[in-house]
Design a protein around this ligand. Structure first.
Ligand SMILES: [Zn+2]
Length: 330
């Protein structure tokens, strides 16, 4: 068996092959872990398998005949492999991919072990071969408990709303913005205005059972709320000027991200949808794989730490297949 990376992950065994996320292939079945565009790359020639919620979030980009949905915990036969999807805790609808063909290969894709307002933690799956993300795969990345971050964000936002300031919260329209919408309702008692892209994704998630509370679509209505939720690319000085012009209030901005630094925002809050270093290590420890393959972020650094701290063979996922089943069985 070979496991290698070509943007996504490819598993080859005998004459069978299976692709997960973002593979630049044609006329293949590709399993999609979640709706972020760096994973859900849709081409017109492929067929796709994903959770019903992820399908709803990428629906505009898929023809119905390209789509097979698979709810969490169920198994489907794909190209000779038994494939099942499991909670990844990353964003609504996100899944890890378990691939069985005698050996069990688990592809975590993006995941976290923290429970959030939106997600349960990732299910820790036993594996022979574990392909794990390593976005924050260095020991210096340690996130505080999520409840503490919610509390800090609540105190900052509530204080500034009381001072008659206008709050701009920034997070990706797919994923983080749903958490921020629910946060405004539950922690601030505020109905936020949300950008159109956020509005669409909120609605897609609500169709599949997520309850976010109230929100208004941005439509010349800035005076109707104290909080606006926008994707990061739109949170810029021009937007803040527009807000101040229409509301007469000073605009303050906060970005929810695991990456340090302020990047032009008044504040950043470490509200990440990825596992930090200790969560990654804990996942590997409990998964008990015989081989760990790392991808994204700091793959070499995290593989080194897995070898050093857990004594499990680990390396960066190769771009080409070069290892055989012998390695994984060892
Ligand atoms: Zn993602």
């Amino acid at each position: 068996m070979d496991v290698f990376g070509q943007n996504g992950v490819c598993v080859h065994a005998d004459s069978n092959r299976l692709f997960v996320d973002a593979c630049k292939k044609r006329n293949e079945t590709i399993v999609i872990s979640h709706a972020h565009s760096d994973h859900a790359r849709i081409s017109q020639t492929n067929r796709y398998l994903m959770t019903p919620a992820t399908a709803e979030m990428v629906r505009g980009r898929l023809r119905p005949d390209q789509l097979q949905v698979l709810p969490l915990g169920r198994t489907a036969e794909v190209n000779g492999f038994g494939v099942s999807l499991h909670e990844a805790g990353h964003i609504f609808g996100s899944a890890q991919v378990k691939i069985a063909n005698g050996l069990t290969t688990v592809v975590t894709a993006d995941m976290k072990l923290q429970k959030s307002l939106i997600n349960e933690p990732a299910e820790i799956l036993k594996s022979d071969v574990l392909v794990i993300e390593s976005t924050f795969g260095k020991p210096e990345y340690a996130f505080p408990p999520r409840e503490k971050v919610y509390e800090d964000l609540m105190l900052w936002a509530a204080r500034n709303i009381q001072r008659k300031h206008f709050i701009v919260l920034s997070g990706y329209a797919t994923g983080k913005a749903q958490e921020l919408t629910k946060f405004c309702n539950e922690f601030l008692g505020e109905t936020p205005i949300v950008h159109e892209r956020v509005f669409e994704q909120n609605q897609a998630c609500e169709k599949h059972g997520l309850k976010l509370g109230g929100y208004l679509k941005l439509d010349h209505n800035l005076k109707d709320a104290n909080v606006l939720i926008v994707p990061p690319s739109l949170a810029d000085p021009h937007l803040f000027q527009v807000i101040e012009h229409f509301t007469g209030k000073k605009a303050l901005s906060a970005m929810a991200t695991g990456w340090p630094g302020n990047r032009g925002f008044s504040k950043t809050f470490p509200l990440s949808d990825h596992a930090d270093f200790n969560q990654l290590l804990e996942y590997v420890r409990q998964s008990e794989p015989r081989q760990v393959l790392t991808q994204y972020g700091f793959p070499r650094e995290f593989a080194f730490q897995v070898r050093r701290k857990l004594g499990i063979p680990a390396r960066e996922l190769d771009a080409k297949g070069q290892k055989t089943m012998g390695e994984y069985a060892g």
